[in-house]
Design a protein. Sequence first.
Length: 424
Amino acid sequence: MNCGEKKSGCEAVGGHAADDKLKMFTEDEALVRRLSKIKHKILVLSGKGGVGKSTVAVNLAVALAMEGWKTGLLDVDFHGPSVPMLLHLKGELFKGADGDGILPVESSYGIKVVSLGFALGDSDEAVIWRGPMKMGVIKQLISDVQWGELDYLIVDFPPGTGDEPLSVAQLIPESDGAVIVTTPQDLSLQDVRKSINFCRQLKIPVLGVIENMSGLVCPHCQKMIEVFKSGGGEAMAKEMGVPFLGRIPMDPQIVGGSDEGKPFVYHHRETESAQAFIRAIQPVLQLQEQSKPETGRISRMPQPIKEKEMKTLKIAVPTAAGSLCQHFGHCEQFALFDVDADNKTILKTTMVTPPPHEPGLLPTWLQEQGADLIIAGGMGSRAQELFVGKGIHVVTGASSELPEKVVAEYLSGELTTGANVCDH
Ligand code: ADP
């Protein structure tokens, strides 16, 4: 071999190494650039599979979108990416990148979704991934996705504390923290301790532990039946010094809804399970409020507009002197709008006078009027809970404009809401 050959051989090797380094650098740079547009990254972990981790991840994402936050959901659970089914997106594939990266699939619940399931298609066959291949796919899914600006990215992790969750955690630096899902049995709880230690070693804050499938809601009388013991999650969280977020009962409606791709936090919001879930995720719902004043938030259509029965909605707006009234409890009249959610048009407007002010009365009265949604200026948290309990969605922080304008902006996704000024 002459010197020239040797040199070119050396150059070739050096060239590859340099190429690889450059590729790694540009990939990392792309990853950091893409993730920097996401304000809050929440990891959903569990010590083992089957405890409801994906159910929590999906419903958390939907709850955030219903609050008007721009939300993405990343499902990197190799052991059965269930997010496509849970959101009625089975059979969807990545629709292609526009030259640079992967585009998320838009769900009708207002969230951007990326799942390993979209890469696998509709196949029910087991897919065997070798370790390095898995890591490559995870890296690509995290670095190549064009999320755009997001308030929240929820990451449905692979279960356990092995190589897969470790790789995902390392690829998502500076997360706000992890929500850890467990069931009440001792076996699950043992695994959760490992998940908490996993977070500690990686310096991931633990936002808290949710005890799922804790007791059963009787489908006939709606009373709670203790199936396994409950309370283990709370005791364990206390012992490990992490917040306990709450218990979510086992609920047949959750299973049915999951199989049909209907998130319970949206479709069964009035149930005890959904209310328990909403209470449990408060720390996550409040992260954005804590970091930034509530201005410029775009209210989204909380109704899944694909749903046939949801094509027409009734939207209520409290009014005084013809404009939206900031104190809904003391308004003169309610403007009720029948709207076509598909075509985003107002079909009919009716002005109705509410009964004399009495705490707690308006949610019941508006439910009787058939309202699906109230757009208000300010509203205290107790009142919001009462409306939600009656199946009426609440948007707060709208300004004192003509009610027609508020509803038209809401329908076109252009309603800008400010602070929730009233808190009584
Ligand atoms: P994981 O992601 O931990 O593997 P999943 O979220 O896929 O678990 O949930 C496993 C199964 O348990 C699903 O069929 C889901 O519908 C069901 N499930 C989850 N939480 C509940 C609950 N609180 N009540 C009833 N069924 C539930």
